[in-house]
Design a protein around this ligand. Structure first.
Ligand SMILES: Cc1ncc(COP(=O)(O)O)c(C=O)c1O
Length: 385
């Protein structure tokens, strides 16, 4: 294609943001009508909703029966930091990072908690070599790098009989990727990602070994109320039965329940994973024979199926950041892709969210528009030269 003809079809839903992510197909605010608004979350109706959210999470995500699931404040960040502040310091720590959120957890460990951690980093587009990681230490990592488009391929390199705990930020992986529960002691995510729910609430999933640590170790630093998971050396079990630490939004809970029911109706985890896989494949099929655009992920084995990050490789492009921004702006102005620019700290390019709420037909419809926007920007560059 060398002409600048506008593609014939448009995505029905142009929402490709990597968070908050698109609502599931068929979503309507009417679905929230049963939210117990203006009622105490501790009243029977509210407690039942919170409990249902936990139970449906367990069912759809296939969380083992002996793992605790809690709804905690402050979205995924709250859940990760709660785990780090509550669990770390008992043994040596390894921090793994391959994009900006993982880097944030490194900062927490090294600069805030002042832990003498081994830090392993990989550049954008790659992940660290798990074979080098010592799983007898506590290990903190992100399953899917939302800003770099790479993920851990599977849990094979994480030892099953480790002495340390694995603390995994899985916010852009949970529901769209298989998570090997026997290799993970702490898993966190936010409702706003793969299920297209609302932000502000985090999910904290704990293995029996993580609970054992909580009940046998007291960190040297103070813990604010919002982080406290134990009382008198015992786990506060109520948190994992829907008795939240502070007040949740029952409207957000209802919204999450609607998404979980949609997910269950589709066929659960297998169907959710298949949708994300098909979406990512639609992008990769499109870029496969193009010499002007490429996956930021270096190794296809670690390429993300949710946050697919692309870079422009045309040597005629001088200012990569300005070019990618202009392409994203064109896509937005045409109403075919909203929020598809790369994350602010990541290499310039596009980031197409391919999580389970996105329709594959929309991803397919978007692809020719990316080519159109790219060609239009090249033409503009040449006209200005
Ligand atoms: C990998 C990762 N960790 C943490 C966060 C922060 O999530 P939240 O804003 O829900 O706390 C994000 C948000 O995009 C993320 O992608």
């Amino acid at each position: 294609m060398s002409d600048l003809t506008i593609p014939a079809a448009r995505p029905v839903n142009p929402r490709f943001s990597s968070g908050p992510c698109a609502k599931f197909p068929g979503y309507s605010l009417d679905m929230l009508a049963d939210a117990p608004l203006g009622r105490s979350h501790r009243a029977a109706a509210g407690r039942a909703k919170l409990k249902e959210a936990i139970e449906l999470t367990r069912e759809v995500l296939r969380v083992p029966a002996d793992y605790r699931i809690g709804i905690v404040p402050a979205s995924d960040t709250g859940a990760v930091e709660m785990a780090m502040w509550s669990l770390l310091g008992a043994r040596p720590v390894e921090m793994l990072a391959w994009e900006s959120f993982g880097e944030g957890w490194v900062t927490d460990a090294v600069k805030q908690l002042k832990l003498d951690a081994t830090v392993r980093k990989a550049p954008y587009g790659e992940i660290v070599d798990f074979a080098e990681v010592d799983f007898d230490k506590d290990v903190v990592f992100t399953w899917n790098g939302t800003t770099s488009g790479v993920r851990v391929p599977n849990g094979d390199a994480i030892s099953a009989d480790r002495a340390g705990l694995t603390i995994c930020d899985a916010t852009s992986a949970a529901f769209a990727m298989h998570l090997p529960w026997d290799r993970l002691d702490v898993v966190t995510f936010s409702w706003q990602k793969v299920l297209g729910g609302e932000a502000a609430h985090g999910m904290l999933i704990l293995s029996p070994r993580a609970v054992e640590r909580l009940e046998s170790y007291t960190p040297a630093w103070p813990l604010p109320k919002i982080f406290r998971l134990t009382k008198g050396g015992k786990l506060i079990e109520g948190i994992f039965a829907g008795e939240t630490i502070n007040t949740p939004s029952m409207l957000c809970v209802e919204d999450y329940l609607a998404a979980l029911k949609w997910a269950k109706g589709l066929g659960g985890l297998r169907a959710l994973i298949a949708r994300a896989d098909a979406n990512a494949e639609a992008v990769r099929d499109f870029i496969a024979d193009k010499d002007w655009i490429a996956d930021l992920a270096v190794d296809p084995a670690t390429a993300s199926t949710t946050s697919v990050c692309l870079k422009f490789t045309d040597p005629r492009i001088g200012d990569g950041a300005a070019f990618a921004k202009a392409v994203a702006k064109r896509l937005e102005a045409e109403g075919v892709a909203l929020d598809a620019g790369a994350y602010r700290d990541a290499p310039p390019g596009l980031r197409i969210w391919c999580g389970s709420t996105v329709e594959t037909s929309d991803v397919q419809a978007l692809m020719p528009w990316i080519e159109w926007a790219y060609r239009s920007e090249i033409a503009a560059l040449q006209a200005a030269a």
